[in-house]
Design a protein around this ligand. Structure first.
Ligand code: PMP
Length: 358
């Protein structure tokens, strides 16, 4: 029997057909890894010290990550039960989808968006309903509203959207919520919210008290630079969060991750200065690429989107050949804003490529 033979045990066919999560390519030591929207800054010494101080590895972690929930509750002026912590916001997404949708149910989201959504919906046994992004690469919320059916159990809105970098405006979000049934779960994925500079962008936090069907997801992976430790959080109504907690794989948030997240909150000012440096770098790249002739939607995450539409893998190969590892999609290429040297390299090679575009 060869390892690629079909499985002889009975498995769910839709799971057998499901590709595993596709990670950004690893980069050679000399290359810049700009394919996973990671934070290029090294962890702060205080965060490393907090991780080293956490040594009781023989003990299980606190299952509810109470210490971190207390800190987040205080910060966002919510009760502790209105905060839920997971092993990355992708784990939280899985939990909310499982809590709301099963076989025969639909989960609605804009596409292209975060790659994990379709797989998580399939794992739940539910059906994805994907509404194409607008020509300007943003979510088409009025069209999404028309696609809500009696089977819709969750809507995911991603702002800023991965991979296009576009935001949903506060006005667009309000108009959408006004037509969404109040018993339909709306998940606002704000993984990149700390990088937003557009004052029109939706901010889920102040809306939580108005919409009992709204859950906001955030993460320590991006702005806080803890992608490797896996910690994210959800804010929303207690009953919805309780249902998510019931679907969670127990004990998957480690004590080390909680300690690092708390130390990062302690160092928020310093970390937000790094975020500002990255957003300034991002805006400069966007402006200069625009001057080169690229048409790029205004980026609001820690990445930019080159909507090349065709030849995306060829262009990604050209970038890879000069040591820039990026993420090609069928509709375009996503490039994380990384180290300053990577930006200079990117601007140089993009100036060459743009002349060859159709
Ligand atoms: N949401 C979006 C839109 C993302 O891009 C990502 C990571 N790429 C996540 C959620 C998940 O991040 P994490 O699990 O590291 O918190």
């Amino acid at each position: 029997m060869s390892p690629s033979d079909p499985p002889s045990v009975r498995l769910r066919p839709e799971i057998v057909a499901l590709p595993a999560y596709r990670q950004g390519q690893p980069a050679a030591a000399s290359a810049f890894k700009l394919s996973s929207n990671e934070n290029p800054f090294d962890p702060l010494p205080g965060v490393i010290a907090a991780v080293h101080a956490e040594t009781a590895f023989n003990r299980y972690p606190d299952a509810s990550a109470l210490a971190l929930r207390e800190r987040l509750a205080e910060r966002f002026d919510r009760s502790v039960d209105e905060v839920h912590v997971g092993a990355g916001s992708v784990a939280l997404l899985a939990q909310f989808i499982l809590a709301a949708a099963g076989p025969g149910d639909e989960v609605l989201y804009s596409w292209r968006s975060f790659e994990a959504y379709p797989g998580l919906v399939t794992v739940a046994g539910a059906t994805s309903v994907q509404v194409p992004n607008r020509p300007d690469h943003g979510h088409d919320l009025p069209e999404m509203a028309t696609r809500i059916t009696a089977q819709t159990r969750a809507v995911i809105i991603c702002s800023p959207n991965n991979p296009t970098g576009t935001i949903v405006t506060a006005d667009e979000f309000e108009s959408f919520m006004a037509v969404v049934p109040s018993d339909l779960l709306v998940i606002l994925d704000e993984a990149y919210c700390e990088f937003v500079t557009d004052p029109e962008a939706v901010n889920g936090l102040p809306l939580l008290s108005r919409f009992p069907n709204l859950v906001v997801l955030r993460t320590f992976s991006k702005a806080y630079g803890l992608a490797g430790l896996r910690v994210g959080y959800a804010l929303g109504p207690v009953a919805v969060l309780d249902a998510a907690r019931s679907t969670a794989i127990p004990l998957s948030v480690t004590g080390v991750a909680v300690a690092a997240a708390i130390a990062s909150l302690d160092a928020s000012d310093q970390l937000m200065r790094r975020v500002r440096a990255l957003t300034e770098r991002r805006d400069r790249v966007w402006r200069l690429l625009g001057e080169q002739g690229w048409s790029i939607p205004a980026p609001q995450g820690n990445f930019i989107w080159l909507p090349t539409a065709q030849d995306t893998t060829d262009i990604a190969d050209v970038l890879s050949a000069v040591g820039l590892i990026v993420r090609p999609f069928p509709e375009g290429i996503r490039i994380s804003i990384g180290e300053e040297e990577s930006v200079e390299k990117l601007l140089g090679i993009c100036a060459d490529i743009v002349d060859d575009l159709p």
